[in-house]
Design a protein around this ligand. Structure first.
Ligand code: URA
Ligand code: SF4
Length: 278
């Protein structure tokens, strides 16, 4: 563990040298983040390769400032395996979200029968480096358990691999922002590759962003939830709401939203049973 304080305007050479010394490849990202911290100084913390930049409260949000190439396809190596993809994604600059902390790639067995696709990692996912480990992930876990689906047997991923956020006006808290069309489109190649390699029999689309990425912008989750939709992506493709929408539902509606979400996941379990060879 070492730390280094970079002052505004200072060039990146020292950060790079420090990062090379510790074998960390992520210096450029941390450094770019720090350059965006326009006021005074940012702190680069390194523990292994876990680099994060923290701007002090009141400093402009570092998320979303860097220009991207327009597509994650520019970063996909030929004949990629899942682990090569996961590694390549750490260097992705397909869209402007590459400055938003660490990339969170999909996880699960290569031969998973079912893939769940969410929107983007949240605050806790970005910190942990794993998808669906925060509050929405806990609700998804509960729904899977109730439906008898073993979470360790499913592949879990997101339409967008970076956590898009802005800083709160009064605190440094990172507040979730919805990814836009350009970001969803730019990130799609990663998801396409994950589907190509895992070939799930069932794909579950969680919420509007995943639906936009996989089923098009016209698709309405609220109207077509819980039923298989026609798609070439997999034998069975089913959409439902995002678990976060259940958590965000007003007090009087949350319990019903929860029940409906759980019912959709039970429907998914029935389709998994049908899709699996006896
Ligand atoms: N919400 C998502 O869509 N994905 C996650 O990984 C976490 C929360
Ligand atoms: Fe690349 Fe996706 Fe991150 Fe954009 S959000 S930089 S396309 S991994």
């Amino acid at each position: 563990m070492s730390s280094y304080t970079k002052r505004a305007g200072e060039n990146c050479t020292i950060v790079r040298a420090e990062s090379h010394r510790t074998g960390c490849q992520s210096w450029h990202r941390a450094c770019a983040l720090l350059q965006l911290s326009v006021r005074a100084e940012g702190i680069l913390e390194q523990s292994g390769c876990n680099v994060s930049a923290r701007a002090s409260a009141g400093v402009a949000s570092p998320c979303g400032g860097g220009a991207g190439t327009g597509s994650a396809a520019d970063f996909i190596p030929p004949r990629a395996t899942l682990s090569k993809l996961r590694d390549a994604a750490t260097r992705c600059r397909g869209c402007d979200l590459w400055t938003c902390g660490r990339v969170v790639f999909g996880e699960g067995p290569r031969d998973a029968t079912v893939m769940f696709v969410g929107e983007q990692p949240g605050d806790q996912e970005e910190q942990a480096g794993h998808p669906f480990v925060g509050p929405a992930g806990k609700l998804l876990d509960a729904a899977l358990e109730e439906a008898g689906i073993d979470r360790t047997s499913v592949y879990v991923t997101n339409a967008v691999k970076h956590f898009k956020y802005e800083r709160g006006a009064k605190s440094a808290r990172r507040i979730h922002k919805k990814p836009n069309d350009t970001e969803i489109r730019a990130c799609h190649p990663w998801l396409e590759q994950e589907i190509r390699l895992t070939k799930p029999l069932v794909i579950v689309v969680l919420g509007a962003t995943a639906a936009q990425s996989l089923l098009g912008k016209q698709f309405r989750v609220t109207q077509q939830r819980g039923k298989p939709v026609k798609s070439e992506l997999a034998g069975t493709v089913i959409a439902t709401v995002h678990p976060s929408s259940v958590l965000r539902a007003p007090d009087g509606e949350r319990e019903r939203a929860r029940r409906e979400f759980f019912a959709d996941i039970r429907a998914v379990a029935r389709h998994i049973a049908k899709a699996q060879p006896a």
